[in-house]
Ligand binder design. Structure first.
Ligand SMILES: [Zn+2]
Length: 186
């Protein structure tokens, strides 16, 4: 499913991320087989990183500088609302809680920026089960999240970006498959 967004991380996006987080909690508790539920926050190139390697470099370069703006968008856990990133009035050298460099959940052999909730009571406080939200284009193309919130400029690239075409095709196939299953239960 894909919806259109107008702002980098508005309350509507947080609510959508919360819905996906709750679905993932249910999936883990059941446990259901299959891929995790996740949300892709897919906004303009100036607002979120396109690629993993520069994203990791960007995070390393801005850690320790609590006043510097960043492009990792997610500023609180969608499940428990614990704040991510530099705390208000926090120490200048404080590491940014919630943003970590780790292997991609999908590609495994490539480092990316993932979100780990600083609240140890939260389901998503474990590196092995990070917050199911993606903001880097590479990660969105590889994981193909359950829900994508996108800005319109991303759609404009469909004519010349093969990754975007594949993403849209996979989501269309998923929709057709789901509709087919619901029409023929069992
Ligand atoms: Zn949390």
């Amino acid at each position: 499913m894909m919806v259109h967004a107008t702002t980098p991380y508005c309350s509507a996006i947080h609510r959508a991320a919360s819905l996906i987080a709750c679905m993932e909690v249910i999936r883990v508790e059941k446990p259901w087989v299959g891929a995790r539920f996740s949300i892709g926050i897919w906004v303009g190139d100036s607002l979120s990183p396109l690629h993993r390697e520069p994203a990791c470099k960007e995070l390393n370069s801005i850690r320790g500088n609590k006043n510097k703006e960043h492009r990792f968008i997610l500023n609180r856990c969608p499940l428990c609302s614990t704040s991510l990133g530099p705390a208000e009035g926090g120490d200048k050298d404080e590491r940014w809680p919630g943003y970590e460099i780790s292997r991609s959940a999908v590609t495994r052999n490539e480092e990316t920026v993932i979100f780990i909730c600083p609240n140890v009571e939260c389901l998503f406080s474990d590196e092995r089960r990070p917050i199911p939200a993606l903001v880097i284009d590479d990660d969105i193309f590889d994981e193909k999240p359950s829900l994508i919130v996108a800005t319109i400029d991303k759609f404009a690239q469909v004519a010349f970006n093969e990754n975007i075409r594949e993403l849209l095709e996979s989501m269309l196939m998923e929709t057709v498959h789901s509709a087919s299953e619901s029409n023929h239960p069992g």
